[in-house]
Design a protein around this ligand. Sequence first.
Ligand code: NAP
Ligand code: DDD
Length: 275
Amino acid sequence: MATRVAVVTGGNKGIGLAIVRALCKLFQGDVFLTARDQGRGQETMKSLASEGLAAQFHQLDIDDLKSITTAAAFFKETYGGVDVLINNAGIAFKVADPTPFATQAEATLRTNFFSTREMLINFLPLVRPGGRVVNLCSLLGQRVLNQCSPALQQRFRSDDITEEEVLELMHRFLDEAKRGEHQQGGWAESAYGVSHIGLTTLSMILARRLSKERPNDGILLNACCPGWVRTDMAGPKAPKSPDEGAVTPVYLALLPPDATEPHGKFVSEKEVQQW
Ligand code: NAP
Ligand code: DDD
């Protein structure tokens, strides 16, 4: 039988690193810590080794399509596929950051939505039967959706929204943000929140597509919130440690082979949430 393999993006620190640690202990197969910066990734690999944990490393910058396709080709050639994919890499501007909203919106949607979508486009075809895909999102996305116009809420919550429509809505948000008109357009004032509205909705669409196109493969794909976690992104006042933040993503990554759910859901504290 082929060696099983798990891939974590943004694994050099924070929740991603905690997920890699947990998988090293619990996943039966090879665990890949990926990082956009080779040096930061290798430094983290050294600290994992000093803890007696055996992860493997591959460079992966999700904002760089060549980096994504190179990594995908590596996993196809070396392992014949991927068994667990955790899309953890993400960015957030600090609340007090003076960068103009439109610039924040561009950068935040780029990584959290568009680049994560590129990961899914390139890696989903590699996911083997029984595979698990976990997209790190946030309850903040849900809160921000509640602050958007009823029309936007209706579209993002509808079962018939398509990938093309989500893309169109993300581009519309960016265009309106550039003109300073996003609030008139029905959006709330949070680029990070909108990026996660997009990624959570996309996760639901891709899960429906998997069920339709690969009905017998038993792949489970979900979005989740790790909670508010003490990391460089969220700061020292957050209540959860990175290991505690890793609990829900790791639970979804290790759903047992005979599990049929959750699939296409938004999960927090290991519980399916109303979207
Ligand atoms: P973090 O400490 O800032 O770590 C983010 C990780 O993502 C870093 O490894 C970073 O790499 C990586 N990254 C960013 N852009 C990347 C790119 N283009 N390609 C590859 N890697 C990239 O953040 P965190 O708190 O651990 O957050 C991890 C995920 O959980 C994010 O998606 C975040 O939105 C989500 N989340 C976090 C919280 C929270 O309270 N912390 C709550 C809800 C959701 P570098 O070190 O090279 O920058
Ligand atoms: O929950 C999350 O997603 C974290 C923690 C909560 C939080 O303070 N933020 C969102 N997260 C990442 S850090 C950025 C802040 C935040 O709310 N920023 C304002 C915004 O709308 O982006």
